[in-house]
Structures are given as C-alpha cells and as structure tokens.
Design a protein around this ligand. Sequence first.
Ligand code: TXA
Ligand code: MG
Length: 344
Amino acid sequence: MEKEIKTRVLQPTAEALREAAELLKRGELVAFPTETVYGLGADALNADAVRSIFAAKNRPADNPLIVHIWDKSQLDALCEPTETALKLMDAFWPGPLTVLCRRKPTVPDVVTAGLDTVGMRMPSHPVAREMLRVSGVPVAAPSANLSTRPSPTTAAHVLEDMDGRIPLILDGGACDFGVESTVLDASGPVPVILRPGAVTREMVAELVGACEVADSVMRPLKEGETAPSPGMKHKHYAPKGRLTIYRGRAEAVAKAICEAYDREENAVILPLDDHAALYGDRRTLPMGRTLLDAAHHLFASLREADHLGYTRLLAEAVSEEEVGLAVMNRMARAAAFDVEDVDN
Ligand code: TXA
Ligand code: MG
C-alpha cells in the first residue's frame, strides 16, 4: 500500500453522493451499500483505478470483478448479452443477479482478469443506484472486504477492513440480503449458476424453463480443476476462529455440537432460533428463524465471533433449498469445507 489516506464515512446525502461521483470520475475508490453486501467501486473503464481495487483488498489478480450499472442503456457499450441474458435482466433487475456476458473491447482486461466475459449487475439499493446515476460511469466493484475476510454488510465492517486504504465509505445502514449476488452464466441454452444468491435456481428455472447449478458450488475444487468462476478457488469468508458445520436432523446436530462445545475452552454456537433451546445456556450467536434471516446474519455473525474472541465456531447447517443454497455455499467456504454429517 501507498501512504495511509484518511477514510471518511458519510451518510448518503445529495452532497455526499456528488462527492462520491467526483471521486469515481477522478479514478479513486468509493465503498457503497448494495442490497447484497457493500461494494468497493472504481470507474470500470479506468484500468489504473480498477488496479487500485486489487491493491486495497489484497485481491488475487486472476479474480474478475463485476461491473455495476444503473440503466440498461449502458449495456451496449460494454457487452453482448444473449437473448436469455436479456430475459433474465428484464425479470430480475434491478436486483441481486449478476449475468456473465461476452465483453466488448472497451472493458479493460484488469476488470475481467483476461476472461472474454464480463459480469454485469444492476443493483436495486437506492444509494448504489443514485451513485451510479450521478457519476455516469459503469462501476467495477467486488465486495468491500479484505480478501479472505467475510463480506461487509455494514459501513462499520467496511471501515474495519478499509480504514486508511480508501477515501470514502457511503453509509447506507445494514444490507438487506447480506450475501452476494447470484452469478449466472447465460451463454448456453441452459443457464448455470456459478455462485448462488437471492435469485435462486428455482426462480430462474421458472422463468426460462431450466437452470443448472455448477457442481463446484458445494464442494472444494479438485487438484488441477479449472474453476468456472475464479472466485471459487480462493480462500473465502474466513473468521479467525475455526468453523465447523454440522448437517443432519436437529436433535442429532445439537447433540454433536454440544459435545464439541463442551470439549472446548472458547467456543460459540450458531443455531437457528427455533433450535436455541437445544443448547441450554451455552454461548450462541443466533442466525434468526428463516433462511433469509440466516443470509442476513451470516457474515455479521462471523465478524462478531472474531470481535468476541471465539476461537471455535460450531454452526448448524441450513437447508440447501432456495436461498439456503447461498447460505450453505458461503458457510462451507468459511469453514474450509469442514462439514460433518451427523445422521446415520
Ligand atoms: O453482490 C455482489 O455481487 C457484490 C456487490 C458489491 O455487487 N459483489 C461481489 O463481488 O460479490 P466479488 O468480486 O466479491 O465477487 C464476484 C464473483 C467472484 O467469485 C468472481 O470470480 C465472479 O464473481 N466473477 C466475476 N466476473 C466473472 C466472470 N467474467 N466469469 C466468471 N466469474 C466471474
Ligand atoms: Mg467478494
């Protein structure tokens, strides 16, 4: 990193949004809220600005960035969406869906990590939309965490990772969904989900007849295997403590978790609210009642566990149906795939 800069956190007033737009146009970085997680943005057409994103995050250069737009009229200058891609955009934009499209030569190599596709996304968060509109530039943005850390879902999380590295964070409060967008490859006849999110396989299949999920979504890559989405091969979302996930019937899960907890000095349990009673007075970081609650709480709970100094995290698996797949995909990676099946 270059010398430290002062990082300001501003409420998204009209003045702050103008300032964010000016910074982006000058090639500087701005962190901003979206409906999924906070993003770390730069002018996507300014290769030097985009390079500084990789530096600020310590992100491996082979991991491509998503380009954010506020209006479909921006697509034509950047990419060539297929018919299916356009149909998906019409149905789910603005919202938590990233569609991979063949890129045009205007998009710098550093954005796509040299791939011939670019991930396009139109966020629905009003602050993100207003920042994109006022700046007038397409914005390349990964999640605003340091590489390998859980994605930030509040401005405070961003500050924790980016203080002294970027000039401005727009504070839009806690992100609604809490897990990153669905990344979808719509280049072939059947769309393929490379990273699950709030736009689910079920929702895409209902719209276009069928949708597949890349099988690397719920398992580690094999030695030498090429990642369909480069982000999948990197260490991800990791808390400082060691996380294990327990999968199976609720009572069997609780029994295994309690046994593990009681062997440890400094453990914490991440249960769904409905199961809290199974853990007695052991320390917990509850994940809420529904799959959407679990998505909303997951990254914040992993950071909270770090703040509280827990060295061992024991989490209940959730269902892999619908948005549960996004939660389990992130949890399994945060746990480096330490998932125990307790039934049998
Ligand atoms: O919700 C989100 O998508 C957030 C907000 C800020 O929009 N952004 C985000 O970006 O999560 P990032 O960079 O943390 O994750 C992008 C993922 C990575 O796994 C990357 O490998 C994949 O999308 N990706 C991006 N462009 C790709 C491409 N052309 N081909 C395959 N995978 C791509
Ligand atoms: Mg990320």
